[in-house]
Each structure stands twice: as structure tokens, then as C-alpha cells.
Ligand binder design. Structure first.
Ligand code: ADP
Ligand code: ASP
Ligand code: MG
Length: 442
């Protein structure tokens, strides 16, 4: 059995949804994971925000505009009036639920229930489409098996037990459809796996059933060597190892949710990235294998905060770093990059929820400086020193960009740099020209 996940643009129009039917209906057993139709999650987040701030009239306008959009989709998606009517009834129930919050009291905990409606709508529409086309399938609710613990981490044991139990109910079914992104938390409330989380649903479901492959279908021909949103002339990288892909996804490559690779790597399940608009293209395969190249790909992650701690007490002392790490651990705040000198340590975080508390405790160890609006650039390649030395092309490329931190040597396959976010686009472009000269005809 394999997993096929389709993102927002892949199910974003009636025409796209119909082409997804062709892709999944190939006689193989499959779990189809769907995102919300593109634009829906953003709209729902806006609506929830309006309700939280008591802006109920605007919320209602926005809800009705979204309802009208879904009515248009439904009128085009189905070929019979019977299914149109059924889908309109289903969609109206969802929109009536959302608008019921306009006249009631609204608390933050209800936000997640509204945001979940996007995936509930897309999977219901898709299931009805399969029914109209007489393709046997079952819709299995993600809220029955996808669960996070009190720290927001997926509970793979629970997911495995419950997903397999759902599947076992339908031994004669080949096509299962479920929602990406949404889950229950440890209180049993509706929650989610954070933005872009449908990829993570796909890999968690893949790990839970021991899938033969996890396919992520999106709107581009696989994993590109650089961020195509900022850089022209990027190209697909056809093969990546789990480690390389995990590093790039964690450090900002939007094509994959940052945690997608972990469950697949753990169970050694290949992840294939494919383009729904161009299914013949081979895309990218991510597996245990390494196809080493000097430079394979570059990604960047924004929203980074650098913290520098300077203390003479570090001089010739041991145990100082442990004290620093313990502070971050007690606030469950992961550290991304770290560098040290004899009397100072610099590190970065992206979760600033407890920054004030962390700063206060660190200042008992030394002088603390905080710098926000930073970005990490991650370059993946082969940096075993006997081959590429100290990767001179990177530093040549960025000789006009102030580098705030450099992490080199932690892994032979990646180098991370900290820069000001305002220098990010320029840096990505310069790296493209210097590290991949073949595309510029050099
Ligand atoms: P989906 O809705 O299918 O999940 P996303 O928008 O989340 O799609 O991810 C696909 C997008 O990721 C691409 O359209 C592209 O703009 C962006 N992207 C960023 N970095 C990369 C990269 N290295 N390779 C491919 N796409 C990337
Ligand atoms: N619909 C969710 C989002 O927009 C999840 C996803 O698309 O992966 O973030
Ligand atoms: Mg995505």
C-alpha cells in the first residue's frame, strides 16, 4: 500500500480534482491524503482571527464569500444534479457550523476547529466525486487516528493502532481518502500539525502502515536546487538522501513540512515528490541512498533569533554549556545553530515563545545579546574535507554579505550560515550563480 498526498493547488479547482482521480485510480491500494483547496486555510485563519477580535460582521462577510466560492466549485465539479445537491447540502452544513460562531461566544480553542474545516470540505467533496464516478473508496476521518501528545508531538503508537484499525474495517477497499494536517491533541480537541502539515500526515500514515512509498504530489517538478520563489533558473534535484532532504526541509524548503522526512527515514520508506500538473516528470526520490555532489541544493529559513552569551566564566571552564543548554531544555526550545569562542557562545532559535524567560535566566550566566530578523541559509552538498576543502565557492559567492555565524563540520553534508533576513534573496541568488554555474552556461 502506498500514500499519495495532494496539496492545495493539486485540489484547488474542479479540473485539478478530477485529474487527481485519474492519478489515484491505478489499481493499487492507496491512502489518499488531501489538503484544503488552495486559499481556504488562509481564509479560515482570517475568519477565526476576526471572530477572536470580535469583528463579527467582517467574519460573516468572509464566510459567505467562501461559501459562494465552494458553491461555484460544486456546480462545476459534478456532472449530475443529484451529486451537486448532495455536495451543496454537505458544504452548507460546514459553513453553517462556521457561521454559528458569529452569534455565539468565541474562544481561542475554537479556532482550530474552524481551521480544520478546509480539509474536511476537500475530502468530502472528493469522496462524493469518487462515488459519482462509481469508484469504490472509503473516507477515513483523520480525527479518528491522527493524534499529538501534550508537547505537540505525533503519537506514532496511537496513530499506528488506530489507522490500522480503521483500514481493517474495509478489507475489500483499495482507495482510502483522509484529511491531511488535522489531528486531535492530548485533550481530544481538534488541532493541527502546523502550516503545511499535510505532508507530515502523509509520512506519519506511511510509517504507521509500513507503506511501500510516500508520494507528495504538488505544483512543481520535485525538489529544486534553490528556492524558486526568490531565484530564477532553479532546477529539480532528482535524488536526495533522507538526511539531505530533512536538512533542507527543516531549514526552510517550503515544498516539505519541516518534519516530513523523520517518520519515513525511521521506517526506511522512500518519499517521492511529483508534479500533479506534469505526472510524467520523474520528480525527486528521497531515500537512504546518497548520490553525492559538491553542491546539491540551498534553502533558507526566516524568523530566526540569534542569542549571544558572553562570560569570562567560560574561560577554561567546563559545565558552562550544560547550564546554557539546560535553560533551553527547560523551556522546550530547540536550538538550531551553535558556535562558540573561548568566552562566548552564539546560538539561534526559531521559537521565541519563552524568549523573555530564557533571556532572564541566561543573563545570570553572562552578558546576553539578542538579534532578531535573522535567516539561516543551509547548503547541502559533499563537504568531506578531502574532496571540497572548505567549500570556497560559498564564501566567494557571499563576499559582499555579512555572515553572522557559520556552522561547518557538524555534518559532512551541510553547511549553515546565519545572515540578516534583508540579505536573504541576494544571498540565494549569488549562491545559485556560484554553486550551480552549469545552469548559467559557465
Ligand atoms: P502544496 O500546497 O502542494 O503542499 P506548497 O506550496 O506547500 O505546495 O509547496 C510547493 C511550493 O514550494 C512550490 O510551488 C515552490 O514555490 C515552493 N518551494 C520552496 N522551495 C522549494 C524547493 N527547494 N523546491 C521546490 N519547491 C520549493
Ligand atoms: N491546509 C494546510 C495549510 O495550508 C495544510 C497543508 O496544506 O499542508 O497549511
Ligand atoms: Mg505544502
Amino acid at each position: 500500500m502506498k500514500i499519495m498526498k495532494f496539496g492545495g493547488t493539486s485540489v484547488g479547482t474542479p479540473e485539478r480534482m478530477k485529474s487527481v482521480v485519474n492519478l489515484i485510480n491505478q489499481g493499487e491500494k492507496v491512502i489518499v491524503v488531501l489538503s484544503a483547496m488552495s486559499g481556504t486555510t488562509n481564509a479560515l485563519i482570517e475568519i477565526a482571527g476576526m471572530l477572536v477580535s470580535g469583528n463579527n460582521a467582517s467574519a460573516l462577510n468572509r464566510i459567505e464569500a467562501l461559501r459562494a466560492r465552494y458553491h461555484d466549485v460544486i456546480n462545476e465539479l459534478y456532472s449530475t444534479q443529484e451529486y451537486r445537491n448532495e455536495a451543496l447540502k454537505m458544504a452548507d452544513e460546514h459553513f453553517n457550523y462556521i457561521s454559528s460562531f458569529v452569534n455565539g461566544t468565541f474562544s481561542r480553542s475554537m479556532e482550530k476547529s474552524i481551521i480544520a474545516e478546509g480539509e474536511l470540505l476537500s475530502t468530502n467533496l472528493f469522496s462524493l466525486l469518487l462515488q459519482e464516478m462509481k469508484i469504490k473508496s472509503e473516507l477515513i476521518p483523520a480525527l479518528n487516528f491522527m493524534r499529538i501528545d501534550k508537547y505537540g508531538e505525533p503519537d506514532l503508537y496511537y496513530i499506528t493502532e488506530n489507522l490500522n484499525r480503521e483500514l481493517a474495517k474495509y478489507p475489500d477497499t483499495d482507495i482510502f481518502v483522509t484529511q491531511g494536517f488535522i489531528c486531535r491533541n492530548s485533550f481530544g480537541e481538534t488541532d493541527n500539525l502546523k502550516r503545511g502539515g499535510s505532508d507530515y500526515t502523509a509520512s506519519l500514515a506511511g510509517a504507521a502502515i509500513g507503506a511501500s512509498e510516500i508520494e507528495i504530489w504538488t505544483d512543481i517538478n520535485g525538489f529544486h536546487n534553490n528556492d524558486p520563489r526568490y531565484v530564477d533558473n532553479t532546477f529539480p534535484v532528482r535524488q536526495l538522501s533522507f538526511d539531505e532532504a530533512a536538512e533542507l526541509a527543516y531549514f526552510g524548503a517550503k515544498i516539505l513540512h519541516p518534519s516530513t522526512i523523520n517518520p519515513a527515514r525511521e521506517k526506511n520508506i522512500p518519499v517521492r515528490l511529483k508534479n500533479t500538473m506534469d505526472p510524467a516528470d520523474p520528480g525527486t526520490i528521497i531515500s537512504r541512498d546518497y548520490e553525492l555532489k559538491d553542491y546539491k541544493a540551498v534553502a533558507a529559513k526566516d524568523g530566526i533569533t540569534a542569542i549571544r552569551i558572553r562570560s569570562d566564566r567560560m574561560l577554561m571552564a567546563y559545565g558552562f554549556l550544560r547550564k546554557v543548554f539546560e535553560i533551553f531544555e527547560s523551556y522546550r526550545t530547540p536550538i538550531d545553530m551553535i558556535t562558540t569562542s573561548e568566552v562566548s557562545v552564539a546560538l539561534t532559535i526559531d521559537n521565541t515563545l519563552y524568549l523573555k524567560e530564557i533571556e532572564k535566566e541566561l543573563s545570570e550566566l553572562g552578558h546576553v545579546e539578542i538579534e532578531e530578523n535573522q535567516s539561516i541559509i543551509c547548503i547541502v552538498g559533499d563537504f568531506r574535507t578531502e574532496r571540497t576543502g572548505s567549500a570556497p565557492e560559498i564564501f566567494e559567492a557571499l563576499d559582499t554579505v555579512p555572515l553572522k555565524m557559520i556552522a561547518y563540520g557538524g555534518s559532512p553534508y551541510s553547511i549553515s550560515l546565519l545572515i540578516d533576513t534583508k540579505d536573504k534573496v541576494k544571498s540565494l541568488k549569488l549562491l545559485n550563480q556560484h554553486l550551480f554555474p552549469e545552469i548559467y552556461g559557465n
